[in-house]
Design a protein around this ligand. Sequence first.
Ligand code: TYC
Length: 108
Amino acid sequence: MSDDSKNNNNESDVSVLVRPKTKTRKPSMYKVLMLNDDYTPMEFVVHVLERFFNKTRDEATNIMLHVHKKGVGVCGVFTYEVAESKVTLVMDLARQNQHPLQCTIERD
Ligand code: TYC
């Protein structure tokens, strides 16, 4: 009898567990940026940050003041689809209220 048949070292009988190559990828993330302008009321910007970005009144006020002073600020970081949808919600509400508020997305 051959070595392979009496022992357990026949290659075809040996199973090896191989961890499958991970094929999931982390999605790219996008910042939603709010831009300053001279006309949108501060209170409206605070409201938008509370309503669409789940900020507390204090957080929203700080972000609004940062944008007011620096010209631009980050409202949050999301996947592309979520970021796009937040921008649409903000711009639609601003337009309905005749405010020129602008917001945009940027790859994180
Ligand atoms: N600059 C505006 C004002 O003085 C306030 C403001 C803040 C507007 C942030 C837009 O994204 C903005 N009324």
